[in-house]
Design a protein around this ligand. Structure first.
Ligand code: NAP
Ligand code: F7E
Length: 338
């Protein structure tokens, strides 16, 4: 009887950073697989549940701040998850120069706080850490794989290297099932508007609607290996279902420049980008990551993972979503005026 009960119990997962882009897609994915999902949120003077509005009644929200060890311990004790996905971080690279210490506290030491919580509450928890291609920074080989040395170029990248190695270290020191996914840039209509893909697709929609006249950008020659967030959260889950805890690079294996992104986005809305895009030197970073290109071979072989949405399809999807949203906002404004 007890065994039967155990078998029919749905798996459970705790996601830190569930209000973010990846957290919301991962919650969608885990709910669709019958998981009991717990999502951590920080106290805010106004709610920022936009990305999880459609699922917030199907999961349980718990208050956690990665700066606060007690809140992590309490959440783990209360929820007793089988899997923990640590996605919470200060994730915007330029802010990491403005707030390097806070970035280190959230993005680096926050990982140790999570791992210490697991060590204390339940060592059988499977732990996923959101590592980043920004750790490769000034790249030492092209393309980058799991053995490429790290050379981070921002306080964010440095903090992620710490988070990565503390995960590896706790796996090796305490025999935890702790893995790090080294994810290359991934985007979606839920991407924050400060990141370059969404900044461009939002501007395209606003220019198309006559609400914006120009788009100011920094380094348009930078190249990234951009994938779709929906594909990448699937890879996170796959990593925690393996027999062995291993780290994987998740990427498409194709890179594009910021200029390619601009061309595709503006053309999709029938606009000539040269009329609107300007370079703003204030947006050039103190140290740039010029070119990232991932080799997802290990994930393809070991996880049987491959991306399903191409760069072009994703950018068009983002432009369409922004156009729809901006049009709805304008209709709403008109309605309120009338
Ligand atoms: P995101 O949209 O910026 O979301 C970050 C999340 O972290 C938000 O839910 C945020 O909460 C939460 N958070 C920030 N500081 C916190 C703190 N002190 N305590 C608790 N929660 C905190 O980021 P994302 O794009 O989904 O990325 C998810 C993770 O993957 C991050 O760790 C990021 O660094 C990493 N990563 C992202 C990419 C990418 O291309 N997207 C690539 C590689 C790695 P609020 O909503 O309250 O601000
Ligand atoms: O910049 C260039 C910029 O801010 C991409 C995060 O999710 O991915 C993300 O970090 C490139 C850079 O992403 C503008 O200089 C030009 O070369 O969209 P981004 P990111 O810095 O690569 C990694 C993997 C993460 O882990 C991070 O959390 O675009 N660029 N002009 C610009 N970038 C921005 N944001 N704004 C511009 O106006």
């Amino acid at each position: 009887m007890a065994l039967k009960k155990q078998k029919s119990k749905s798996p459970s997962a705790l996601i830190t950073g569930v209000t973010g882009q990846d957290g919301s897609y991962l919650a969608d994915f885990l709910l669709s697989r019958g998981y009991k999902v717990f999502g951590t949120v920080r106290r805010n003077s106004t709610e920022n549940f936009e990305r999880i509005e459609h699922i917030k009644n199907r999961m349980e929200l718990v208050e956690v701040d990665l700066l606060d060890q007690m809140s992590i311990l309490t959440a783990l004790k209360k929820t007793r998850p089988r899997e923990v996905y640590n996605l919470a971080a200060q994730s915007f690279v330029p802010t990491s120069w403005e707030q390097p210490i806070l970035t280190g506290q959230f993005t680096a030491l926050g990982v140790t706080r999570m791992l210490e919580g697991i060590r204390e509450i339940d060592r059988s928890i499977r732990f996923y850490q959101a590592s980043s291609s920004e750790m490769f920074g000034k790249v030492q080989t092209v393309p980058q794989n799991e053995t490429t040395p790290f050379y981070p170029r921002s306080p964010y990248g440095v903090a992620k290297v710490y988070g990565h190695f503390i995960t590896v270290n706790y796996r090796e020191s305490y025999n935890l099932f702790a893995v790090a996914g080294i994810l290359f840039n991934h985007e979606s209509p839920r991407r924050g508007k400060e990141f370059v893909t969404r900044k461009v697709t939002d501007a395209v929609a606003r220019i198309k609607m006559g609400l914006q006249k120009e788009l100011r950008l920094g380094n348009m020659d930078a190249k990234r290996d951009w994938g779709y967030a929906g594909d990448y959260v699937r890879a996170m889950w796959m990593m925690l279902q393996q027999k062995k805890p291993l780290d994987y690079v998740i990427a498409t294996g194709v890179s594009h420049s910021v200029k390619d992104l601009i061309r595709i986005a503006f053309a999709h809305a029938g606009l000539d980008w040269k009329k609107y895009v300007r370079i703003d030197p204030r947006l050039i970073r103190p140290a740039e990551v010029e070119h990232l290109l991932g080799d997802p071979g290990k994930a393809r072989r070991g996880l049987k993972w491959k991306p399903e949405v191409s760069f072009e399809k994703m950018i068009k999807m983002m432009v369409d979503a922004d156009l729809k949203r901006v049009q709805a906002e304008e209709r709403n404004k008109e309605f309120l005026k009338s």
